[in-house]
Design a protein around this ligand. Structure first.
Ligand code: NAD
Ligand code: TYD
Length: 340
């Protein structure tokens, strides 16, 4: 049976990926490799651990630990989700982003090369393309759009993209890259827009909308992203990049309105406009026609329904997010929002 090393498997998307493959009874063994940073939570996958899913705590920058894990479990494929992932934190300090997203990716690539890994999939983001004008809905990111990252987070992810590309061209490493738009769904860490707003409202707190609230993101349900990653892993062509998106552009104001409506909270009382994020990208929009044309993938979930499922998940799993929001997270929240 194929054994896949899933880095960052205790985070938001990594844990949903493991959950999806287990649910679909895919014939694979999964080694969930995670450092358990503030964003990693073993509770996200603890119910799945057993013969099919094994957890290893480790840092992707730790060569010896990764090599030992690959050898001990006969890993033949790597799906690389592990990253520092929050733009606002990258503005407060970019060191950990360069360390994990750049150095960590380089370490994994070298190990993939020396251990003769059969497939290496790098999970990247649409943010590497930079920003799009809001008055040109006809323009979207394609796989040919130049990389023009604007935040320390996206710059560190783009560096990973470049390394992956270079290992294909220089060494013929069997790599695949996906670049996905914004995800939402269960197990999303409550520092990001949707889970932060949903949980703040559940606590009867205001939600902080940056700038004029008109920034646009292309939202995709996390299970659709995970399905796309597995599709690319199985059928993608080595050296290729595949954009993944929901064809679902919305302003932050629209998202906020929908959440408020679902949760029966009035705008005037609960929305607080706050100082904008420095360098805030205006619009992201993905052209996902390549993955549909070549691999037959398209999203299965519609936003209107999946946002309700997501909000319900936070209602049903209050302990999960309350535990997070009562820990170190509080210090971050104070630093991030105190003077805005
Ligand atoms: P997340 O922050 O929720 O999870 C990241 C996980 O990586 C955590 O479990 C963390 O403990 C782990 N990790 C961090 N540093 C590590 C290290 N040095 N060694 C081992 N593990 C480490 O992030 P996410 O939202 O699940 O994103 C996963 C991947 O998908 C990232 O690469 C991100 O760039 C990409 N992505 C995210 C989105 C999105 O909307 N969230 C969209 C497109 C792409
Ligand atoms: P985020 O979830 O941080 O994802 P990203 O910046 O990677 O796209 O933010 C999504 C959008 O929501 C982005 O335009 C910034 C905005 N935002 C707010 O308005 N308020 C907030 O408190 C947060 C976290 C984000």
């Amino acid at each position: 049976m194929t054994t896949i090393l899933v880095t960052g498997a205790a985070g938001f998307i990594g844990s949903n990926f493991v959950r999806l493959l287990v649910k679909r009874k895919e014939p694979v063994r999964l080694v969930a490799f995670d450092k358990l940073t503030y964003a990693g939570n073993l509770a996200n996958i603890s119910d799945l651990l057993g013969d099919q899913v094994i957890f290893v705590k480790g840092d992707i920058c730790d060569t010896d630990k990764v090599v030992r894990t690959v050898r001990d479990y006969h890993v033949s494929q790597i799906v690389h989700f592990a990253a520092e992932s929050h733009v606002d934190r990258s503005i407060l300090g970019s060191g950990p982003f360069v360390q994990t997203n750049v150095v960590g990716t380089q370490v994994l690539l070298d190990i993939a090369k020396s251990e003769r890994i059969e497939k290496f999939l790098y999970v990247s983001t649409d943010e590497v393309y930079g920003t799009l004008p809001e008055d040109r809905p006809d323009i979207k990111f394609t796989e040919e759009t130049p990389l023009q990252p604007n935040s320390p987070y996206s710059a560190s992810k783009a560096a990973g993209d470049c390394l992956v590309r270079a290992y294909f061209h220089t060494f013929g490493l069997p790599v695949l890259t996906t670049r996905c738009s914004n995800n939402y769904g269960p197990y999303h860490f409550p520092e990001k827009l949707i889970p932060l707003f949903v949980t703040n409202l559940m606590e009867n707190k205001q939600v902080p909308l940056y700038g004029d609230g008109k920034n646009i993101r292309d939202w995709l349900y996390v299970e659709d992203h995970c399905d796309a990653v597995y599709t690319v892993l199985q059928k993608g062509r080595f050296g290729e990049v595949y954009n993944v998106g929901g064809n679902n552009e919305m302003t932050n104001r629209q998202i906020t309105e929908i959440i408020l409506r679902e949760m029966n909270k009035p705008w005037d009382k609960f929305v607080r406009y706050v100082q904008d994020r420095p360098g805030h990208d205006r619009r992201y929009a993905i052209d996902a026609s390549k993955i549909k044309r070549e691999l037959g993938w398209e999203p299965k979930h519609r936003f209107e329904q999946a946002i309700k499922t997501t909000i319900q998940w936070y209602r049903d799993n209050e302990k999960w997010w309350r535990d997070i929001k009562s820990g170190d997270y509080l210090k971050y929240y104070e630093t991030q929002y105190a003077h805005r």
